[in-house]
Design a protein around this ligand. Structure first.
Ligand code: FBP
Length: 548
C-alpha cells in the first residue's frame, strides 16, 4: 500500500493507554444497573442481560490465564475516525490474553455476518492500518440485524467457524441490535458473546458510563479547521456570508462543538428549535435580523452554522416527514412508477394531512424532492442529502429583498453554501481518538476473555491524561428505553441530544449575542499529531464543559 509521509510517521505512534491496562488486570464488578426507563418492559425482553453490574478493569497482581477465543468483528454504519485503532487494540488485547486467540473481520458491516464473508485479521493486516482513518480494513454497512431468522443465520455461521464472540462497532441502532442479539444467544445457549463499542461522529451515543462516542473528536476538529479557514477568508474579503451545514443526523453536538471551537456569528441548534417550537420562518427571521444589524455596522459578511438534522426538529416539518415516511412506505411502487418528480409531489400532496400538505407544497420543488428520497435501512430520512443551507440562503435572500424594498436594510447579501460531513468521517484520528479507540478495543478483548456478553466497552475520566482513564464495561440494557419505531414500541438505546441546560449549550448561549455582532472568530488550525501535548492531546470543548 502506497503511504504518505505522515502515514509512515504516524504508523509508529504508540497509542497512550490507561495505566491499569499496562500490566496484569483484574476485573471489578460494581453495582447492579437498570435501564434508564421502562424497567418492567426491559425485564421482560432481556431476562438474561438486564440488571447486570457495571465493570471496571483495575491493575491486578497476577496475569490471568484465559481460554482460547475466536472472535469476529464488524464495523457498522457511518465511518468514524479511529475504527482501525479499535481493531488494533482488540487484536493486541486478544493476543495478550492468549496468543492462540484469533480475530476475524466480517466484510461490509452486518451483511458480512449474514453472508459469512470474512478475512482473518493477522498482524500483517492489522499493522497496515494502525492510527489511520477510515473503515476500509473490512468495510462497513447499514444492514439491520434485527429478526430471528437473521440471528439464527449468524449463529450457524459463527458455530461453523467456531467463533465464540462478536464485537459490533457501531452507533445507537447497531448497539441496540447487539444487545438484542446478545440476549437471543444467551436464550438459545449459543455460547456466543456479543459486545459493543460506541462509534459515531454524531456524538449522540453517550450517557453516564459512555462519556463520548469515538470519532466525534476528530470529525469536529476537522470541520472546525475548515470553518476557521472560511471565517478568516470571510473576514479578509468581507463580502460573503458562509452558510455551513454540518453532519450529525439527529443531534446538534457537532454544530455546538464546532461553534465553541470557532465562535461563528450564528449557530442554529436543532434541539433549541424544537424546544422553542420555532418555525422555518422564525429561523429565517433570526438569521436575517443578525445580517441586518451587522450591515448597519458596515459588516456584510459572516458565518452561519446549521445542523444537518435541522428539518426534523422544526415541529411542522417533523410532522410532515413522519407522514411522508408512512406514505412513501405504503405507496412505494406507485410513487416510483410515476413519470417525474412533479407527478410524485402531486401524488404525495393528496395523501398528506391538510397542514402538512400546505407545508409541503410551499417548499421549493427541489427541496420537496429531497424530502421524498429513499429512507435508510433504519427508516431514517437521509438528511445528508437535503440541502438545508441552500433553502435557508434562498429564504433569507427573499426576506432581505423585502426589507430592502421598504428601506430597512441597506446592506449587500452574497452567500456561499457548504456542507461538511464526509470531509471528517475518515480523517486520520487525532491523538485523543487514536488513544481512546485503541483503549476501547483493548477493553473489549478483556470483556470477551472474562466471558461477558451484552456489554459495551467503556473508558471513563476522558478529560484526564490517558494514563488515568478508567476502562470497563457497561451493560447495554442500562442505556435502553422503549420508543415507538415504525408504529410499534421497541427497546432502543436512548439517543443523547444536546441538553439545553447543559454546560456546552450554556457556553454558546452566553456568548452568541457578542459573537453575532463582533467578529470574534477563532482559528483552530489543523489537527496536530506531533508536538506539545497541550496542542496534540486536546479533547473537545463539549467534554471539557460537561465534566467541569
Ligand atoms: P452513524 O450514526 O452510523 O455513525 O452515521 C452518522 C452519519 O455520519 C450522520 O452524521 C450522517 O447523516 C449519516 O451518517 C450519513 O450516512 P450515509 O453516508 O450512509 O448516508
Amino acid at each position: 500500500m502506497l503511504k504518505s509521509p505522515l502515514q509512515i510517521a504516524r504508523a509508529d505512534y504508540a497509542p497512550k493507554i490507561p495505566a491499569s491496562l499496562k500490566g496484569a488486570v483484574k476485573i471489578v464488578e460494581g453495582n447492579k444497573t437498570e435501564s434508564v426507563a421502562d424497567q418492567a418492559e426491559i425485564d421482560k425482553m432481556f431476562p438474561n442481560t438486564h440488571r447486570m453490574p457495571v465493570i471496571t478493569f483495575e491493575s491486578g497482581e497476577e496475569t490471568s490465564v484465559y481460554p482460547v477465543a475466536k472472535v469476529g468483528v464488524i464495523l457498522s454504519g457511518g465511518q468514524a475516525p479511529g475504527g482501525h485503532n479499535v481493531i488494533s487494540g482488540l487484536f493486541d488485547g486478544l493476543k495478550k490474553c492468549n496468543k492462540n486467540n484469533k480475530l476475524y473481520g466480517f466484510l461490509g458491516g452486518p451483511s458480512g455476518l449474514l453472508d459469512n464473508d470474512y478475512i482473518e485479521l493477522t498482524s500483517d493486516v492489522v499493522d497496515e492500518y494502525r492510527n489511520t482513518g477510515g473503515f476500509d480494513i473490512i468495510g462497513s454497512g447499514r444492514t439491520k440485524l434485527e429478526d430471528e431468522e437473521q440471528f439464527d443465520k449468524v449463529m450457524s455461521n459463527c458455530k461453523a467457524m467456531g467463533i465464540n464472540a462478536i464485537v459490533i462497532i457501531g452507533g445507537d441502532d447497531s448497539n441496540t441490535n447487539a444487545c438484542v442479539l446478545a440476549e437471543y444467544f444467551v436464550k438459545k445457549k449459543a455460547g456466543i458473546q456479543v459486545l459493543g463499542v460506541p462509534k459515531t461522529i454524531d456524538g449522540d451515543l453517550k450517557n453516564e458510563v459512555v462519556e463520548t462516542s469515538f470519532g466525534f473528536d476528530t470529525a469536529c476538529k476537522t470541520y472546525s479547521e475548515l470553518i476557521g479557514n472560511i471565517q478568516r477568508d470571510a473576514n479578509s474579503a468581507k463580502k460573503y456570508y458562509h452558510f455551513i451545514r454540518l453532519m450529525g443526523r439527529s443531534a446538534s453536538h457537532i454544530g455546538l462543538e464546532c461553534a465553541l471551537q470557532t465562535q461563528p456569528n450564528i449557530t442554529i441548534i436543532s434541539e433549541e428549535v424544537e424546544n422553542k417550537k420555532l418555525t422555518l420562518d422564525d429561523i429565517v427571521s433570526y438569521i436575517t435580523d443578525i445580517i441586518v444589524k451587522r450591515a448597519e455596522q458596515g459588516h456584510n459578511f459572516g458565518s452561519v452554522l446549521i445542523p444537518e438534522g435541522l428539518v426534523e426538529f422544526i415541529p411542522a416539518m417533523k410532522t410532515l416527514i413522519g407522514e411522508l415516511n408512512d406514505i412513501l412506505a405504503a405507496n412505494e411502487s406507485d410513487i416510483k412508477g410515476l413519470e417525474n418528480n412533479q407527478k410524485r409531489r402531486e401524488f404525495v400532496a393528496t395523501k398528506l394531512s391538510a397542514d402538512s400538505s400546505k407545508v409541503f407544497t410551499s417548499l421549493p420543488a427541489s427541496f420537496a424532492d429531497q424530502l421524498m428520497l429513499d429512507r435508510d435501512p433504519h427508516g431514517n430520512v437521509q438528511v445528508s442529502m437535503i440541502d438545508t443551507e441552500k433553502l435557508l440562503i434562498d429564504m433569507v435572500k427573499v426576506k432581505l429583498d423585502e426589507l430592502k424594498a421598504d428601506g430597512s436594510y441597506k446592506g449587500k447579501f452574497s452567500a456561499q453554501g457548504h456542507f461538511f460531513g464526509y470531509e471528517g468521517r475518515c480523517a486520520a484520528p487525532s491523538n485523543f481518538d487514536a488513544d481512546y479507540c485503541y483503549s476501547l478495543g483493548y477493553t473489549a478483548s478483556l470483556l470477551i476473555s472474562e466471558g461477558k456478553t451484552g456489554y459495551m466497552a467503556s473508558i471513563k475520566n476522558l478529560t484526564a491524561p490517558a494514563e488515568e482513564w478508567i476502562p470497563g464495561g457497561a451493560p447495554i440494557t442500562m442505556m435502553m428505553n422503549m420508543e415507538r419505531r415504525h408504529g410499534a414500541l421497541k427497546p432502543v438505546i436512548q439517543k443523547a441530544l444536546v441538553k439545553l441546560d447543559g454546560k456546552p449549550f450554556k457556553a454558546l448561549e452566553e456568548n452568541r449575542e457578542e459573537w453575532a455582532m463582533e467578529t470574534n472568530y477563532l482559528y483552530p488550525g489543523p489537527i496536530q499529531y506531533f508536538g506539545p501535548s497541550q496542542v496534540c492531546d486536546l479533547t473537545t470543548r463539549t467534554i471539557v464543559y460537561e465534566q467541569s
